[in-house]
Design a protein around this ligand. Structure first.
Ligand code: SF4
Length: 308
């Protein structure tokens, strides 16, 4: 089994560019080994309709994260290895994708895989060579680098990427990085170039393209407004926009707010009027393809049952 891709020997896969020698056991910010660690894979029905469809999206949840939002909704698996995950080389990952395809998944949906990018890109290619015919989607934070995304050229068909913050002060307060907007914009330029305009199948499912997700954050209406303006002006109909209201204050987030390690408003929820105002704004923009959520989309029930 091949684990030692050269990129892990001086890891600069994400914009944090730690330089850790993960092949020799060093850990960078993401605290993850060079071998992909899968916590859970299953058919998932909570994505956008053109991804989940009626049969579900074949979703693979990887452990660890290179961005590390302190309010993370997947905190049970994103903050380093749980000890309950399964280490998978590229050929084993390819086998998981084939299993999900056999379960009739509409697509393969890889959640937070970028700190394992070389192995994951390899796994998609191996699966395609072995008969994977459904689209492969990268479900990522947006804090990504063009050269790491380029590893997926010809492998990834769909990008489900976040655009989380506009203000450098906000990204610094939440993730400890002030260059989120800059990095996410450069990454989105790359993704839009790689995937091209959205293409849908006859069944209405997305075949290729970019969905940009923005999770509205409590108390940050104007950050959302600026992000929508950026997306509409810079990318127009080259992307699908998904405006989300499902922010849920997790137990660790509430604790961090109490310790002044996260702004106090993150212990609350998104104001409904603020969300509705942004939905109206997006609707009136005339953007041809966007998703918005209903009021019942937030809450811990929507967080998958991870092993941890
Ligand atoms: S992927 Fe992990 S080790 Fe590599 S640069 Fe990013 S945080 Fe550091």
């Amino acid at each position: 089994m091949e684990f030692k891709y050269p990129q892990y020997s001086h890891c600069t896969l994400c914009p944090r560019e730690c330089g850790a020698d993960r092949n020799s056991g060093q850990k960078g910010f993401c605290k993850m080994p060079p071998v992909p660690v899968v916590n859970l894979y299953k058919l998932h029905f909570g994505e956008e309709p053109c991804i989940s469809g009626t049969r579900g999206s074949g979703t693979v949840f990887f452990e660890g994260c290179d961005l590390g939002c302190r309010f993370c909704q997947n905190y049970k698996i994103s903050n380093g290895a749980t000890g309950k995950g399964r280490m998978c080389a590229a050929d084993e990952l390819a086998g998981i994708y084939m299993e999900l395809q056999a379960q009739d998944a509409h697509n393969i949906n890889l959640v937070t895989p970028m700190h394992f990018a070389p192995a994951v890109a390899d796994s998609i290619r191996r699966a395609k060579a072995s008969g994977l015919t459904i689209p492969a989607a990268l479900n990522i934070s947006g804090y990504d680098k063009a050269d790491t995304l380029a590893l997926f050229e010809g492998a990834a068909d769909i990008f489900l990427t976040d655009f989380k913050f506009y203000s450098p002060e906000l990204s610094e307060a939440v993730c400890g990085v002030s260059d989120y907007r800059e990095a996410a914009t450069a990454a989105l330029d790359t993704m839009a170039g790689m995937a091209g305009k959205p293409v849908f199948g006859a069944d209405g499912m997305l075949v290729s393209g970019v969905i940009v997700r923005h999770l509205m954050l409590p108390g940050h209406l104007f950050d959302t407004k600026k992000i929508l303006d950026l997306l509409l002006d810079r990318y127009g109909d080259r992307i699908i926009i998904s405006l989300m209201n499902q922010y849920t204050p997790t137990e660790p987030a509430i604790r961090l707010c109490g310790q002044n390690k996260l702004p106090a408003e993150f212990a609350g929820r998104v104001n409904k009027d603020h969300y509705n105002a942004m939905c109206d704004y997006l609707s009136l923009s005339g953007h041809p393809c966007c998703y918005m959520q209903t009021e019942d989309a937030s809450g811990e029930d929507w967080i998958p049952g991870f092993r941890y």
